[in-house]
Design a protein around this ligand. Structure first.
Ligand SMILES: [Zn+2]
Length: 254
């Protein structure tokens, strides 16, 4: 079933930088073949011993999902994340740990210029790390049953918080300051965080994000104070439907 789902993805359609030449002189020769994420994922899903797991991971970190030597993550890692999560939940014990490590490394690695964002189902161009963290959090219940590694991965996803704004109010006597109500996933934003606000295809820098009221129950409802917004950032429609990501992730993505 998992193998069928991996094969159903149109992997070549996922944006990816050209493969690096293997040797210094190879740049003049025929272009290197683009690594195929499906082959590595299939191998990891089917692995039944440590050697097979090691070979699959080596394939995945050498240019199809990650470029481990350079510490880089590729957009294919976002598409691969649900499959890695499946393997983390149900794969061979050695493969489970490796899938968690791959997801963790993908969230920690820097993307390449021009390949740092992924269009979410809501239409926002999220930093790759934050798009992966969102997929990790969507499996919270299953990961919580995966022992220490599952808990570790959920904890790692917290740095890639996301705030979906429901309502926002400008402070009349404080230009550039907005108090916003919405749903906070991950986080909370640490003190002195900045943010990037995504709304209707536009991205606006938010100088500082403060937590006025942290989430206290499963609804994850929270109230954040956004300051340092440029004049006119809050249009007539307010900020309803806007999404805030950590500035540190956005800066790394561009
Ligand atoms: Zn992030």
């Amino acid at each position: 079933m998992l193998l069928t789902e991996i094969d159903a993805v149109d992997w070549p359609a996922i944006p990816a930088p050209p493969p690096r030449p293997r040797t210094a002189g190879a740049a003049d020769g025929p272009p290197a073949e683009r690594p195929d994420p499906a082959a590595g994922l299939r191998a990891l899903a089917a692995a039944r011993d440590l050697d097979a797991v090691t070979a699959a991971v080596a394939a995945l970190i050498s240019g199809s999902l990650l470029r481990a030597v350079a510490g880089e993550v590729l957009p294919g890692a976002v598409v691969a994340a649900p499959f890695l999560l499946d393997i983390a939940e149900r794969g061979h014990p050695h493969a489970r740990e490796s899938a968690v490590v791959l997801l963790d490394r993908a969230m920690r690695s820097a993307p390449l210029a021009g390949f740092g964002r992924f269009r979410t189902s809501a239409g926002h161009d999220a930093p790759l790390c934050c798009a992966i963290a969102e997929l990790v959090r969507a499996r919270r219940d299953a990961l919580a049953r995966c022992g220490r590694s599952g808990a570790y991965l959920l904890q790692a996803s917290r740095a890639h918080w996301r705030f979906d704004i429901r309502e926002a109010f400008g402070a009349a006597d404080e230009p550039g300051v907005v108090v916003a109500l919405g749903v906070l996933r991950g986080g909370p934003p640490p003190p002195s965080s900045g943010g990037e606000l995504h709304q209707a295809g536009a991205v606006t820098a938010v100088g500082a994000v403060g937590v006025e009221c942290p989430p206290v129950d499963a609804t994850r409802d929270a109230c954040l104070r956004l300051s340092g917004l440029p004049a006119g950032a809050v249009g007539e429609g307010g900020l309803t439907g806007a999404v805030l990501y950590p500035a540190v992730c956005g800066d790394r993505a561009d």
